[in-house]
Design a protein around this ligand. Sequence first.
Ligand code: NAD
Ligand code: WQD
Length: 338
Amino acid sequence: MVILITGGAGYIGSHAVVEFLLAGHDVVVLDNLCNSSQISIERIKKITGIMPKFLVGDIRDHQLLDQIFSRYAIDAVVHFAGLKAVGESVKDPLNYFENNVNGSITLLQAMKKANVFNLVFSSSATVYGEPKNMPISEECPTGVPTNPYGRSKLMVEQILKDTAASDPRWSVALLRYFNPIGAHSSGFIGEDPNGPPNNLLPYISQVAIGKLQELSVYGDDYPTKDGTGIRDYIHVVDLAKGHVAALKYITSRSDIHVWNLGTGVGYSVLEMIKAFEHNSGIKIPYRIVQRRLGDIAECWSNPSKALNDLNWKAELGLSEMIKDTWNWQSNNPNGYQD
Ligand code: NAD
Ligand code: WQD
């Protein structure tokens, strides 16, 4: 198949491009590089031996999308492009809704015009809000995400549900990611945050490399095993493979389908620090500070629907997640700027 991958130069997108290429698909990447580097595309070639077609451009550009759909015989779209920084979304919600919601609408309009109806969308466990019971399965009702970023994901999910209901030609996968971490085992591609990282693993790895002094642990008074927040961390390569499996499933069926992509196992912040120290041999200085506004105590998935439907499950464990994060960080201390 010929697949348009929006946001394919970014963290998860670049790993997905690798897996789609390795699965034998042709890939066209569209990315405006607002949070990524074109070097990731060259690195994809180093890993796969294949150079994906790469276009610098914006998903909100109607004309460009029309040109892309008329120039390439696109069969499906895998849609990663979007802004994802929670704190930034609180400061500038309009920019988040404009990019994530309007951008998705523009993309859907262009797809419909071009008669392309297969879509895999990057959603997030954040759409569950603050669920009462763990683990979270897909039947769990969506909640109220605690920030504009999360609400933009839920809005796009709702738009996609209405769109799929309006026309049986649509085949849509909503993939709700838990906490993606890790990097490709080659060390050629990985997460390269702009400025100080917001997420736990990138922060820990920048402490380990000496760019940041110490980790702030946001609260140790949650009702969890050691008082710190619990999350379901998933290796980005497993996550990327989930997209290949989801696309295969939807191309032979119409309608909209939802899958959690997680491991089903939760680790606390203190367990993550210990695991990082164990797998890298580096001590991580940390300090317990106040809870971070909007954080929930715990969040982990029931991933069995993806196993039943897609025959997909996460294969890589915590030590691989950490070793690969550290391999990427230590080989590329300044990310793609090295
Ligand atoms: P990322 O920022 O590394 O990748 C997103 C890519 O989209 C970037 O390369 C960016 O340049 C591009 N982009 C943004 N707006 C664009 C636009 N208007 N037009 C074209 N390109 C645009 O982020 P990521 O971690 O790889 O996340 C990918 C997707 O997965 C996002 O939609 C994100 O919301 C979602 N997601 C991420 C996580 C996570 O923890 N990383 C969790 C759940 C869901
Ligand atoms: C994990 C745990 C923190 C940083 C966010 C988004 C979510 C999704 C994934 C896109 C929590 C603790 C963190 C630090 C810490 N993104 N922590 N010190 O909050 O589960 O999810 O990223 O969809 O929408 O909200 O991930 O990595 O930020 O935090 O103690 O410096 O680590 O409190 O318990 P989170 P995270």
